[in-house]
Design a protein around this ligand. Sequence first.
Ligand code: 6PG
Length: 242
Amino acid sequence: MREIVVVKDKDERNVMAAAKFIKIAGAAIRDRGRFTVALAGGSTPKSLYRLLAGAESKDKIDWAKVFFFFGDERYVPPTDPKSNFRMARETLFDPLRTPAENIFRWPTESAVAEQAAEEYEKTLRNFFTGSPRFDLVLLGVGADGHTASLFSYTEALLETSRSAVANWVEKLGEWRLTMTFRALNAAANVIFLANGDEKAPVLKEILEGAFQPKKYPAQGVKPDRGNLYWLLDDGAAGLLTD
Ligand code: 6PG
């Protein structure tokens, strides 16, 4: 099931995203005793994380039963300003006082990116006793159509057996760490978050254009047995026809 929801602005989108997060978390904890979520990086989700950790939302989830992972990570120390872990720690984990045992970050201290990816693969397989099936994956989308750190025409797009890989991104001249389509498409729920006019052209291509997942990797996220939601503000949805 794919649902595209357009709301007026970022704040309204965050309220909707928080409501979905709370609903999915409540159902997972009720049915399986825990809620597993892969967080998005970048700047878009910051305000959502602050809202979830804020007074209106924080008491609506049994956070002790929430286990946090990261859909991708920059290959930098966890204290680096570019670190997705650091962003989530500042906006979500510290305000919620999340215990370390509920947080599974990529081990970016590893000497080489591949080693970090191999360790994270093991972490996922141990936690899920096999291939991961997240209750929820949160994702953003770049103006070039990438998502997580699945960038256009990069090796990671071709990975079919692993859930976590290191991915050389030529256009950035750096290593990234990312979950693969295998992991993302096994999720029970995927929520894409996007806002701002600058995302409108790529969202037009992704949602209404030809299917070109090598060029627009976000198109490759199609949960096998899960729900896919696109939560957009008016700016990001500005060029959509439907
Ligand atoms: C990252 C993200 C990446 C992000 C997009 C959008 O590590 O940066 O995982 O995929 O979601 O680049 O970034 P913004 O939210 O900053 O526009």
